[in-house]
Design a protein. Structure first.
Length: 161
């Protein structure tokens, strides 16, 4: 190998090292941004559920209309569901119980889905809500499930600390 080709190989190796470092820097930056975004999403999720839970007490009639007729003790169930949303909404902020609180919220969303379905099937009980919005709530529950899982499941980011 001549001196010229040796220099080219050396420069090529240096370029590769520089590229590797650049890729790692980009990966590190992306990781930090994802962690920050996940942390912000966690706080927004918490605030969302606390406000939604409080609304059960601020406007109980709205939630009573959501209750399917086959369920007993509508007032009690509205109060329990409001307290559950508020409690789990706060609990997701505690790193030591975040994952359990997240699974609790996921279970809660599954359990209250029949009320959302009842709401969509009973548009006359919600004259101020467009019928399309009543049906849109159904797939949006899936987004809430994913959002809750994403911000509360253990992962490689530091958003959980």
């Amino acid at each position: 190998m001549s001196l010229g080709s040796s220099q080219m190989v050396s420069q090529s190796c240096e370029s590769q090292k520089s590229l590797d470092i650049g890729v790692r820097d980009v990966e590190s930056t992306v990781g930090r941004l994802m962690a920050r975004g996940r942390h912000v999403a966690l706080i927004v999720l918490s605030v969302f559920f606390v406000i939604a839970g409080a609304n059960h007490f601020l406007d109980p009639d709205f939630y009573l209309r959501m209750m399917p007729g086959y369920l007993p003790a509508h007032g009690f169930l509205v109060a329990v569901s409001g307290l559950t949303e508020m409690g789990l909404g706060v609990a997701v902020l505690a790193p030591s119980i975040r994952q359990k609180a997240g699974w609790g919220l996921i279970g809660f969303l599954v359990v209250v889905f029949p009320a959302n379905l009842h709401m969509a099937l009973s548009p006359a009980a919600f004259p101020s809500v467009p019928v399309a919005a009543l049906y849109l709530r159904l797939p949006v529950q899936g987004l809430f499930l994913f959002w809750t899982w994403w911000v509360t499941c253990p992962g490689p980011t530091k958003a959980h600390d």
